[in-house]
Design a protein around this ligand. Structure first.
Ligand SMILES: [Zn+2]
Ligand SMILES: [Zn+2]
Length: 376
């Protein structure tokens, strides 16, 4: 999915385009980029998938309304993971257009979508399990702290309502005339008919709605519960929410990969959180009581006198909630000592007089150890 292009731009129509204009442009562009015309051309393939995706939404009055009001992102699941990208050309052919118009209705037979072919084609096993789907969503750290429910628009393939997944109407196999034997071989040894696997029965009227695949893509809005404490890159599995299987094959699963945005204040390390806190040199020197944020409210933190730069203070159980547990990680406050820019001579002199009365840093060891004593 081109991030910069919305569905209208992909179909090269204006936002106010009529259904007729959308259909016309789709036909024009889909013919131009169809994978059967551009075999092994990745760019054309991507372009074609984008067109299919855009047309699927804009050709449907309800979906177009949703699209206009919710926006592009919602329809591309945060711009990531949309499974149209993974469609093969069979899927594309089977894509269900608005108002039950099949691929063949729009393109005729010019792309070889239906009809009989003499060539031995690889067929999908009748009871193949549905494919798993993977979507990625990005949430805020807040969602992982409190847990939340998000709504996601997905596409998945479900059993075609027209043919109930049977791919069409069965009848006497036309290749073997119902004998189940391969008619093209004139030898002694009879092979079973490739078209019906020797059963004598075959689809004689392929379902036009699903392009004889038995499955049609649908859009679905689903609610996902983001569990407290989920890690960045963690996956949620929704059993059976992938593609429907073919025949008696069971449905695939839907996996949602959760990516977590960086937080402006906290950095996460496992179940612990880190908070960088600037303190000035006098606070570090004299000690201070500083109000710091935690995800669960403000806390007064005591910085003891004489604290060092990068010193860590642990606020117990103020970090991330631990998954499947009532416990929490810790929040570490890391202080960064800042030096004030003082211009006032009187103040600087006062500080100098204080310095003269204090013990100073001993840097003799670094001078000593930094010198190479071996004679060259
Ligand atoms: Zn069907
Ligand atoms: Zn046959």
């Amino acid at each position: 999915m081109s991030k910069s292009k919305d569905f209208y731009q992909i179909l090269e129509v204006s936002k106010s385009a009529t259904a007729e204009e959308i259909k016309k442009n789709y036909k024009k562009l889909a013919k131009k980029y169809h994978p059967d015309i551009h075999p092994d051309d990745k760019e054309a393939e991507i372009k074609f998938k984008e067109l299919s995706e855009a047309y699927a939404v804009l050709s449907d009055v309800e979906k177009r309304k949703d699209y206009n009001s919710i926006g592009h992102e919602a329809f591309t699941s945060s711009g990531q993971g949309n499974n149209f990208r993974n469609m093969n050309s069979e899927d594309m052919r089977s894509f269900r257009f608005g108002g039950n118009t099949s691929f063949e209705d729009i393109f005729g037979d010019s792309f070889g979508g239906g009809g009989r072919r003499r060539t031995r084609k690889k067929r999908t096993p009748a009871n193949q399990q549905g494919e798993d789907k993977l979507y990625a969503v990005t949430v805020d750290l807040d969602d992982a702290i409190t847990g939340s429910i998000i709504e996601l628009s997905i596409t998945r393939r479900e059993k075609c309502k027209q043919c109930s997944g049977a791919t069409g109407t069965k009848g006497k196999c036309p290749e073997c005339n119902g004998t189940g034997e391969d008619q093209s071989h004139q030898s002694h040894y009879q092979e079973p008919c490739y078209n019906c696997d020797g059963t004598g029965e075959a689809i004689v009227e392929p379902c036009k709605v699903c392009g004889a695949t038995g499955l049609t893509p649908i859009f679905e809005k689903i609610k996902i519960t983001i569990p407290k404490g989920i890690r960045d890159g963690g996956k949620i599995r929704l059993s059976g929410k992938g593609d429907d299987g073919r025949g008696t094959g069971k449905s695939g699963d839907l996996y949602i990969e959760i990516n977590i945005n960086e937080h402006p204040v906290y950095t996460r390390d496992g179940d612990n959180l880190y908070l960088n806190l600037d303190v000035d040199i006098f606070e570090a020197l004299l000690g201070a009581k500083i109000t710091v944020p935690t995800p669960y409210g403000e806390v007064a933190l005591n910085i003891p006198k004489g604290s060092d730069n990068d010193q860590k203070f642990r606020l117990k159980s103020r970090g991330m909630p631990k998954m499947k547990s009532d416990e929490f990680g810790d929040l570490y406050v890391v202080i960064h000592v800042k030096t004030p820019k003082i211009e006032d001579e009187t103040i600087l002199n006062d500080i100098k007089s204080v310095m003269d009365r204090t013990s100073r840093l001993d840097r003799s060891s670094i001078l000593d150890e930094g010198m190479i004593k071996r004679e060259i």
